[in-house]
Write a protein that binds this ligand. Structure first.
Ligand SMILES: NC(=O)c1ccc[n+]([C@@H]2O[C@H](COP(=O)([O-])OP(=O)(O)OC[C@H]3O[C@@H](n4cnc5c(N)ncnc54)[C@H](OP(=O)(O)O)[C@@H]3O)[C@@H](O)[C@H]2O)c1
Length: 269
């Protein structure tokens, strides 16, 4: 049997992919056995030993400085150890993520690039959870619409790319089925939770100050603020059919995501 290494295997996308693959999965994270650490190349050979396919989710962000070098180095190490298939999680409409994509394409093994829209799960498993709990989603996004993607759909597409033929050499644009502004997401979250939740537009400077106040590490604030400016300027405000093309079913809607998370009680805390 072959082993699939899932980098970021304890994160939002990686743990869903690992759960779908079931057996013969190795979690690539600092908590994995053996551990994998992006900052420590000495951990890479053991993590890649006996592996035939790798899902690459880079931390902290595939568009941040240094990502292409790290992703390329891991991809080359993987190929040198006999890995035959690489699936990279990338960002949709993010020119700064393209060098990491090119680094994977250049290695010479089968590759698939998954260019993803903003995750719906940012509101439940990431940096917007506290905003939802506080009732104010405050971002430098104005009234730009984004086709939010359910990470469960990303996981289904990634598993297809890791296990089925026909996805090598493909770059997929993964979006949800509907364009929503952040004010729209607040309305959906109000409907799902019955709680008062609103959207507030911040300037980039106000956002940087709020992020610092919230304890975000200083080295992440500037790239994150720049990322918002680059991604949330309207150029991604269009839908893709790639989730349906790969899975043969429509992508999941934000309203269904919000209803399911609300039912768990997470947002009632
Ligand atoms: N959020 C979005 O809307 C969005 C949209 C498009 C693309 N993306 C891309 O998604 C990627 C993140 O994927 P995700 O959201 O699925 O992951 P995530 O939930 O942010 O989880 C991070 C993962 O990285 C691991 N990790 C952290 N530091 C590490 C290190 N030094 N060495 C090895 N592993 C480390 C963590 O495991 P341990 O703590 O156990 O090590 C964890 O498994 C980023 O590249 C981002 O650019 C995000």
């Amino acid at each position: 049997m072959t082993t699939t290494l899932v980098l970021g295997g304890t994160g939002k996308s990686g743990r869903r992919i690992a759960a779908r693959l079931g057996r013969n999965v190795r979690l690539g994270s600092r908590r994995g056995t053996p551990p994998f650490d992006w900052d420590d190349p000495a951990t890479w050979p053991a993590a890649l030993d006996g592996v035939s396919a790798v899902y690459i989710s880079y931390y902290p962000d595939v568009s941040f400085p240094g990502a292409a070098e790290r992703v390329g180095a891991v991809a080359r190490a993987a190929a040198a150890q006999g890995v035959q298939r690489l699936v990279l999680l990338s960002g949709r409409g993010e020119p700064d993520a393209e060098p990491a994509e090119d680094a994977v394409r250049a290695v010479g093994v089968d590759w698939t690039v998954l260019r993803c829209s903003w995750f719906m799960q940012n509101f439940s498993e990431h940096f917007l959870l506290q905003s939802v709990l506080d009732g104010v989603i405050a971002l430098p996004a104005a009234d730009v619409a984004e086709p939010f993607l359910d990470v469960d759909d990303l996981a289904d597409v990634a598993v297809a790319a890791l296990t089925e033929p026909g996805h090598a050499g493909r770059t997929y644009d993964l979006t949800g089925p509907r364009l929503l502004t952040f004010a729209d997401t607040a309305a959906e979250l109000r409907r799902a939770t019955g709680r008062a939740i609103r959207y507030q537009t911040l300037t980039p400077e106000q956002y940087a100050t709020a992020a610092a106040d919230a304890g975000l590490p200083a080295e992440e604030i500037e790239p994150l603020t720049e990322l918002f400016a680059r991604v949330l300027d309207g150029h991604n405000a269009h839908l893709s059919e790639d989730v349906t093309r790969v899975l043969g079913r429509p992508a999941r809607d934000f309203a269904d995501y919000a209803k399911d998370v609300a039912a768990t009680g997470l947002w009632a805390r």
